[in-house]
Design a protein around this ligand. Structure first.
Ligand code: CO
Length: 503
């Protein structure tokens, strides 16, 4: 069995190499690639993705998985069993997808993203619609190939790609409770005097913001010998290798908070990826990966919101920030700053939404993408459906599609089923935090004294190191002792915002 396992690891490492090569091509497309290169780039990405798919569905991998499966796992170490489970899941899924569909999807989404950038800048949904129609059609074909039992909804099959084990019904149940709680909390907040935050829109030069970003990356112990920061239209984090995890941000001169919090957010993602350590035997295999996208978001959003928007974090760091952002923060004290960065107000743009209304942005996307995939909503009707739902959930109507259904990159990138991860990530983060506070009652004092190392060490041990060895449901149970429970997040929001708004 040793020989079979070693061979499987060797084959899997080549697939991961191809995935990292593809990530490099995509990273370059988003950061430095000249615009006319997009056609050949879409071919390059489709080609590499096709190779990886071919490897993953190979007869040899199928036979090795079969041979190792027949032993019943009795003589396998837990990490070996976990590796086989993860690789089997990827293999079984890939076998269900025809190579041609994989290549078509890669091509359509590369072209789709380029078309989206252009359409968004001109707020021209009609120019993007044909690309999105093609992507939705391919996503539906993908879902049909992946869904096993006839009872599965097509959307369930896509959700499972990002959050293994979740279904539309299970998410709808959680989101129903969440929506009620968020609307109730928003009502309380809106009955109080609004927070003053106009100084956050005072100009702050891009070079200043770049200096602030580097400083924050250092504070959070992001090892830049294993990563780097670049600028893009829509910030993301990508893994190009186990020692190469890159983040991105954008510098808006009249909104420096945008880069402050996107840098903290993406650094949270990078810390997770860099902390995955499934054991030397499994470096650069499928086991060397995140547990799920929601667990990923739990890390980025914990650093961004629970740390980065807390008074405890800024107490030892605010003097330095107000020196670096002197033009914007002149005359603004720590308390006023902390209140301003926690201002709650319904707005049109998801990435700039506060912690309370953020979940409502996600519920909107969850409902609309489920309708697009099921065919209940046609692509051409998306702008009007978006406007109607924004009105219903947030009480606002976007004046154009750039601030409406064209604002996010996800659908152009074929990421249907991804949005719920953001809201689930908030729920995981609050539950992890509650468990951490139980074990480390002086957590807040430590953060106030500038000690972020004990927080990171706890996350490394419980959440980062196992990587994909645990399914998200298992991980949350193992780390916190119970299944996912949205009440932790609701309690966290109520405690925090009753302080900010004084109710
Ligand atoms: Co994120």
């Amino acid at each position: 069995m040793r020989k079979e396992l070693s061979r499987l690891i060797e084959l899997d490492r080549e697939i991961v190499l191809l995935a990292h090569i593809q990530a490099l091509l995509s990273w370059d497309q988003e950061t430095y690639m000249p615009p006319k290169a997009v056609d050949e780039r879409s071919e390059q990405i489709a080609f590499v993705e096709g190779l990886a798919h071919e490897r993953l569905v190979s007869k040899e991998i199928g036979e090795l998985l079969g041979a190792l499966g027949s032993t019943g796992g009795a003589d396998l170490a837990p990490s070996e069993a976990a590796f086989l489970r993860v690789l089997r899941r990827a293999h079984d899924r890939a076998v269900k997808l025809p190579a041609e569909l994989v290549a078509d999807l890669a091509r359509a989404t590369t072209l789709g993203q380029a078309a989206w950038v252009e359409a968004r800048s001109r707020s021209d949904f009609a120019a993007f619609a044909p690309y999105l129609e093609r992507i939705v059609e391919l996503e539906r074909r993908q879902a049909a190939c992946l869904s096993g039992a006839a009872s599965d909804s097509a959307y369930d099959a896509l959700l499972d790609l990002f959050e293994p084990g979740s279904t539309e019904a299970s998410i709808r149940a959680v989101f129903g409770d969440l929506r009620r709680e968020l609307v109730a909390l928003l009502g309380k907040i809106q009955s109080r005097p609004q927070v003053e935050d106009s100084f956050l829109r005072r100009p702050c030069a891009a070079e200043r913001q770049a200096t602030i970003s580097s400083w924050l990356m250092g504070l959070l112990a992001y090892d830049t010998s294993r990563g780097r920061l670049d600028t893009v239209a829509h910030p993301f984090t990508t893994t190009l290798g186990v020692d190469d995890v890159r983040i991105t941000t954008r510098y808006l001169e009249d909104c420096f908070g945008s880069s402050v919090f996107s840098t903290i957010h993406e650094t949270g993602h990078a810390l997770y990826e860099l902390g995955i350590a499934p054991g030397a035997e499994f470096v650069r295999t499928h086991l060397h990966d995140a547990a799920s996208m929601a667990v990923h978001e739990s890390q980025s959003r914990m650093w961004e919101n629970m740390v980065g928007r807390s008074a405890a974090f800024w107490r030892p760091n605010y003097a330095k920030l107000s020196e670096l952002a002197a033009d914007a923060l002149a005359g603004v004290g720590l308390e006023a700053f902390v209140r301003a960065i926690n201002k709650v107000e319904p707005s049109l743009i998801r990435t700039e939404a506060d912690e309370v209304t953020y979940g409502l942005h996600i519920i909107l996307r969850f409902e609309l993408e489920s309708e697009l995939i099921s065919g209940r909503l046609a692509v051409r009707d998306l702008p009007s459906a978006w406007k109607a739902k924004t009105g219903e959930l947030l009480g606002l109507v976007p004046p154009d599609d750039a601030r409406g259904c064209l604002q996010d990159v996800h659908w152009s990138a074929g990421l249907f089923g991804y949005f719920p991860s953001y809201a689930l990530g908030n729920l995981y983060a609050a539950q992890f935090w509650a468990a951490m506070e139980k074990e480390t009652p002086d957590l807040e004092e430590r953060i106030e004294s500038g000690d972020l190392a004990s927080l990171l060490a706890w996350l490394r041990r419980g959440i980062h190191q196992p990587g994909a060895a645990c399914l998200p449901g298992e991980l949350v149970r193992r780390v916190t002792g119970s299944a996912l429970d949205p009440r932790h997040f609701v309690r966290y929001l109520n405690e925090k915002y009753s302080r900010v708004y004084g109710f």
